[in-house]
Design a protein around this ligand. Structure first.
Ligand code: NAD
Ligand code: MG
Length: 389
């Protein structure tokens, strides 16, 4: 029996994770659930999974959850704040941690799980992108095992030999990172400044949280994933090509020296990578239907349009610049996406704000967590300035 902490349990990944866990009650038990909002939903999850802990963001949230669970006779202790998140991510009783908080807020608890040597199922790509070398040093200095949940990285992981020391020794020439191209793949550049948050969040193939949905529409999601892939697979930037694949059936590919191209395919449903990572190296049922290739009929591939979607170029530039450039990219993106979702910034303003921040931010070496958090704060301040206050 493995004991699991789900960070961000009320989100899209969190809910899919609980769906998979519920299919295997003899194999997994839930140690902790956490959420910032939707406390009512968190209360329902607590009633269903009876975790040892539930963690919310604020004292008021804790009080609200306490009232909702009054009389339920659960073993659940309620904690709040970042300390609570770090505690349930690193508790000795925990075997695996699903890191599914969105954005930079996930960094400390995810690192706490890494430092405590947990099996870490990484959905929260922002924490890896913003803290690159600090995150990877923490990983190599601990017994933690990092398994990618992002469908592309999970696919790449599945297409590589395990364990694999280096791409070179495995005979890998290239990683082909696929992406759907987002909801505006075929939209002319002139129409992009007018798109609304609801249009941007209506992804053709995946149902996801609002922040990553906007990232998918700007292609910043592919940009963050490009940096994520460089870090996870120790790849040089030129070893990774982005390929647009509108059907989201091929989740990514690995090209070998001998001409072989391995792909991992499946219906676009995050329960597949979640089940893969939870059970690795075994395989368990995820609830996802088998892929019917004949019903699908065709698979298309095309090159990404870097002119209409500058975010992919900005991410490549940040990775090439190194140091705190990816930290600044991620922070500026979070501020800009939030402004877009709040109706304070046009869709095309997102890359514009990020580009201004990238030009203004001083790149520093990421010596530790403090340096990461300082670079993050600095870039956020520059992004607010770029937004005009
Ligand atoms: P979401 O917005 O649906 O859920 C986010 C979760 O984090 C919620 O439970 C929320 O309460 C919690 N949260 C948000 N801000 C917080 C804060 N400041 N402190 C503590 N908790 C906080 O997001 P999602 O779509 O589930 O994505 C989660 C992560 O997984 C993101 O990093 C995203 O990039 C990544 N991811 C998601 C998908 C997907 O299909 N949704 C695919 C690949 C990667
Ligand atoms: Mg992805």
């Amino acid at each position: 029996m493995q004991s699991i902490t789900v960070l961000g349990s009320t989100g899209s990944i969190g809910v899919s994770t609980l769906d998979v866990l519920a299919r295997h009650p003899q194999r997994y038990s839930v140690f902790a659930l956490t959420a910032r909002e939707r406390i009512g939903e968190l209360a329902q999850q607590c009633r269903r999974f009876a975790p040892r802990y539930a963690v919310v963001a604020s004292e008021e949230g804790a009080q609200q959850l306490g009232e909702l669970l009054a009389g339920a006779e659960l073993p659940t202790e309620i904690l709040w704040g970042v300390e609570g998140l770090c505690r349930v991510a690193s508790d000795p009783a925990v075997d695996a941690v699903m890191a599914a908080i969105v954005g930079a807020a996930g960094l400390r608890p995810t690192l706490a799980a890494v430092e405590a040597g947990k099996k870490v199922l990484l959905a929260n790509k922002e924490s890896l992108v913003m803290a690159g070398p600090v995150f990877m040093r923490a990983l190599s200095g601990s017994d933690a095992q990092l398994l990618p949940i992002d469908s592309e990285h999970n696919a790449i992981f599945q297409c590589l030999p395990q364990p694999s020391d280096s791409l070179e020794s495995a005979g890998v020439e290239k990683i082909l990172l696929t992406g759907s191209g987002g909801p505006f793949r075929a939209r002319p550049a002139e129409g992009l400044h007018r798109v609304t948050p609801d249009e941007a969040c209506a992804h053709p193939n995946w149902s996801m949280g609002r922040k990553i949905s906007v990232d998918s529409a700007t292609l910043m999601n592919k940009g963050l994933e490009f940096i994520e892939a460089c870090l996870l697979f120790n790849a040089r930037p030129e070893q990774i090509d982005v390929v647009v694949h509108p059907q989201s059936i091929v989740h990514s590919m690995v090209q070998y020296r001998d001409g072989s191209l391995l792909a991992q395919m499946g219906n676009p449903d995050m329960r597949t990578p979640i089940a893969h990572a939870l059970a690795f190296p075994e395989r368990i049922d995820s609830g996802v239907a088998a892929l019917d290739l004949i019903a699908r009929g065709r698979l298309d591939f095309e090159a990404p349009d870097m002119a209409r979607f500058p975010c992919l170029r900005l991410a490549r530039e940040a990775m090439n610049a190194g140091g705190s450039a990816p930290t600044a990219l991620n922070a500026a993106n979070e501020v800009a996406v939030d402004a877009f979702l709040g109706g304070r910034l046009a869709f095309t303003g997102i890359p514009a704000v990020i580009e201004r921040v990238m030009k203004a931010a001083q790149s520093v070496e990421l010596t530790g967590l403090d340096a990461v958090e300082a670079a993050d704060r600095n870039a956020r301040a520059l992004a607010y300035e770029a937004l005009g206050g």
